[in-house]
Design a protein around this ligand. Structure first.
Ligand code: 5MM
Length: 335
């Protein structure tokens, strides 16, 4: 097995998943302000360090995606990548510089960050990162996503992946079809299928070692404003069918994003997906909001209660870990 394949499996298999703590400063500021906490480099570090030093890091978390600010921060004279490594998890880094308006299709976005990426990657490797993340976003509406958005983002994901592998790091490939809108799950499925197909065409053309990547896709869900109601079983079956048809078998693992689902929904859906998993891929989570929300809410009112905050995060991480093995139940959730 190649080193990249080892890293991919270490961060996303055997009951372990990924903690997406790579909110850019503006997103983290929104999250903190939503619970009444002032955003500063100290408050961002204090909350994140509370999570990184939790007990569940050892058993449930294989990798943590960091933001540029965090990978350079020290806590009690120890650097953050060292603190994460000590738990047995690997530090990773978000390397895109954000989604910007796509010229000639101004309602859509193209993710930027390719210029100077090789040099940035070398520095991140020295800082301890062993995997990376790049997120492309796609909207669903009457005329979108356009072919232009699909091909441009797929191309950027492939160029990024090639550079990450060249620097010895696993690329997490995240093409996120957003939940916003009133579309049906069938719409989400056909668009996600096309997005994935275009991404893998570009990855293959760029000679990416598919055994050394982790795919971070959305689940197949009705839009957040849709009136359609579908069961967890249907969500899982549609998600699995879409992945089976459009993701090459060489890809070792799939780590879903939560995309605005509640903590429990994201856990329950992953659990059913893992239970019926009829693919070759190891299935797990790479959640941001669905791992952090409750812990952040509690912490905002009890900033000195590190243990109490960690207990809440540990519960969420344990539930997600069980779900990645198809062993989560509503009873365990409530305990
Ligand atoms: C954690 O949020 C990530 C960074 O977002 P910004 O660049 O907008 O600050 C985001 O990419 C995240 O990793 C994924 O969307 C998954 O997070 P969720 O909350 O959807 O699981």
């Amino acid at each position: 097995m190649s080193e990249l394949n080892n890293i991919a499996l270490k961060i996303s298999s055997n009951g372990k998943g990924i903690l997406a703590a790579d909110e850019s400063t503006s997103t983290m500021t929104k999250r903190l302000q939503s619970v009444g906490v002032e955003s500063s480099s100290e408050s961002r570090l204090k909350f994140r360090h509370t999570l990184f030093s939790s007990e569940s890091m050892k058993k449930c978390i294989g990798g943590v995606i960091l933001y540029d600010e965090t990978i350079r921060q020290l806590y009690n004279s120890k650097n953050i990548p060292e603190i994460i490594l000590a738990t047995g998890a690997l530090p990773g880094i978000k390397v895109d510089t954000g989604a910007k308006i796509l010229a000639n299709s101004s309602e859509e976005k193209i993710t930027e960050g390719l210029d100077g990426l090789r040099e940035r990657l070398k520095e991140y490797y020295k800082l301890g990162a062993r995997f990376t993340k790049w997120r492309g976003v796609y909207i669903i509406s009457k005329n979108y996503p356009s072919e232009l958005a699909k091909t441009s983002n797929a191309h950027a994901l492939a160029r990024y992946s090639a550079l990450a592998q060249e620097c010895g790091m696993v690329p997490i490939v995240e093409p996120e079809v957003l939940m916003d809108g009133n579309h049906t799950a069938e719409d989400c499925m056909s668009i996600t299928a096309d997005v994935l197909k275009k991404c893998f065409d570009e990855l293959i053309q760029s000679k990416i070692d598919l055994k050394g990547i982790v795919l971070k896709p959305n689940m197949i869900l009705p839009g957040s404003n849709s009136k359609q109601k579908i069961s967890t079983q249907e969500i899982a079956e549609m998600t699995l069918e879409c992945l089976k048809k459009n993701v090459p078998k060489d890809v070792p693992s799939v780590a879903f994003l939560s995309g605005g689902q509640s903590e429990e929904e994201a856990t329950k859906n992953l659990n059913t997906i893992s239970k019926i998993n009829n693919t070759n891929f190891s299935m797990t989570f790479s959640y941001g909001r669905a791992l952090q929300q409750s812990a952040l809410k509690y912490w905002s009112k009890n900033q000195d209660d590190i243990e109490g905050t960690q207990k809440i995060f540990d519960h969420r991480a344990n539930m997600c870990s069980l779900a990645s093995k198809g062993k989560w139940t509503e009873d365990i959730e409530k305990k």
